[in-house]
Design a protein around this ligand. Structure first.
Ligand code: ZN
Ligand code: MN
Length: 467
């Protein structure tokens, strides 16, 4: 069955203050409702004022998605009744959004962008004793209310969940490069997904956080709708909720249509003219974006395109990490290989991003140089990467130092070998009796004692001398 999917992405734009008031936006670790004022609490008579920094960032996002920017835009009230927005409307954009008709390219396919607009985030609802469908009561935190959001709406161009995933990771990398988005913040990127199968109505799954969850929610919906249609049942238009615990979706409400929101112009704000000069000056300030950076990595560092893509799309911080490595290490391809294989594997396994981990370019490159020189075997290097990720810079050089000392002091190696020979007299006798394999066993025993430090060939020679 042919699947059609489109997504709407809500992203917190990084600013110091909220969209329509001067309350701070850094709500992490703050008491609930600490960062509020009459405007973001929606008191009657309070007047919103637009934060220009939000418009600057939003113009850059729209430009990076090749959108057309409206010459004049204005805000509208989207009416709905829900405790996360006590004034009973959200200030959003409807009739004329900031930008329209753009695209983002993934694996040689263009995903069309329908619109990009600015709106305020509602408050955060805390469902106590269950989730949205089962909780006993709800607490409301207005710290999040009024935080600027950019909403990006795609056309239904996705045909698989893999395409959605690729799109999201590329988009998030672009937003990070623009420095308008902090991926480490909880709920800073939320996805609503629309999905329909041939012969069925469109289903909307609301408010999914986390890329992996988006994929799971969509996969679940594809199977659920397929089954309904196969059994000759109807897929009716509705809004569903994805439960990250059970990995299933459940019906929330029958879908309302855009007309149901009773949009009206926001009378407390004026029209905003977006001059060509403004757009151009924002374009000039735009930093290097992921696609350009990948091409530069291929050219400047002679990376395989595949490695360059992985490094840039995982997150901006990883690309920065790679470039910092290249400043102190003259073998970029080798650094890239270690990053996309063992370092990433370790980060993923530990559930950490490069920024959350303790590994630093300096210690990472120290390790690679030891491996280059043969001081540390590759196998041990792979293990040490885990230490670097978890414990950081201080302990690793010491550990390496100790190993080097162990290596440069031949006396110590001789002592270890003597001990091994003493402890394994059977193998020694076997070797003396002509069994060549026995010596390999002894080499192995020595390497176990030195924690794999030392050249097996040299150890073998020493053993032959000492028996
Ligand atoms: Zn406020
Ligand atoms: Mn929205």
């Amino acid at each position: 069955m042919k699947v059609m999917m489109g997504i709407e992405i809500h992203v917190h734009l990084l600013t110091d203050s909220k969209l329509f008031c001067s309350c701070p936006t850094d709500y992490d670790g703050k008491e609930p409702n600490e960062l509020t004022c009459p405007v973001c609490l929606g008191f009657p008579g309070s007047k919103p004022k637009v934060n220009k920094k939000v418009l600057d960032s939003a113009i850059m996002v729209a430009k990076s998605l090749s959108c057309q920017i409206a010459p004049t835009m204005f805000f509208s009230r989207k009416s709905y009744f829900y405790p996360d927005m006590p004034k009973n409307f959200q200030i959003s954009q409807y009739e004329i959004p900031l930008a329209t008709v753009g695209f983002l390219e993934i694996s040689n396919k263009k995903i069309r962008i329908r619109r990009v607009h600015i709106e305020e985030d509602p408050a955060k609802l805390v469902h106590v004793g269950g989730d949205i469908t089962s909780s006993q009561y709800v607490l409301i935190d207005y710290n999040r209310s009024g935080i600027p959001l950019i909403e990006i709406v795609t056309e239904p161009d996705f045909e698989s969940t893999k395409e959605v995933r690729e799109f999201l990771s590329k988009l998030s990398s672009i937003l990070e490069h623009l420095e308008v988005y902090d991926s480490s913040k909880e709920a800073s990127l939320r996805v609503d997904a629309n999905i329909s199968l041939e012969g069925g109505e469109r289903i909307e799954v609301k408010n999914i956080t986390g890329f992996a969850n988006v994929e799971k929610a969509l996969s679940y919906e594809i199977v659920r709708q397929e089954n309904l249609l196969r059994m000759g049942m109807k897929v009716e238009r509705e809004v569903r909720h994805f439960d990250a615990e059970t990995k299933m979706t459940a019906s929330l409400r029958k879908k309302e249509f855009e007309e149901d929101y009773g949009y009206i112009f926001e009378p407390d704000l004026t029209d905003i003219e977006i001059s060509n000069n403004w757009t151009k000056s924002m374009e000039k300030q735009m930093p290097e974006l992921p696609d350009t950076r990948i091409k530069r990595f291929v050219k400047q560092y002679k990376l395989a395109e595949r490695d360059a893509k992985v490094i840039v799309y995982v997150d901006k911080a990883l690309a920065d990490f790679f470039e910092d490595c290249c400043k102190i290490y003259k073998k970029p391809q080798i650094a890239a290989r270690w990053i996309v294989t063992d370092l990433l594997k370790c980060l993923n396994y530990q559930g950490l991003t490069i920024r959350e981990s303790k590994v630093k370019p300096k210690t990472f490159i120290e390790l690679l140089k030891f491996i280059d020189k043969g001081t540390i075997k590759e196998r041990l290097g792979k293990e040490l990467i885990k230490d670097l990720v978890l414990t950081g810079e201080a302990r690793i050089p010491i550990k390496i130092e100790i190993m080097i000392k162990a290596l440069v002091k031949p006396n110590k190696m001789v002592a270890i070998i003597k001990k091994v020979l003493k402890e394994n007299s059977k193998a020694v006798n076997d070797y003396k009796a002509g069994n060549e394999k026995a010596i390999e066993f002894l080499v192995g025993q020595v390497l176990r004692k030195t924690k794999a430090v030392g050249d097996p060939n040299k150890i073998r020679e020493l053993i032959k001398k000492l028996v």
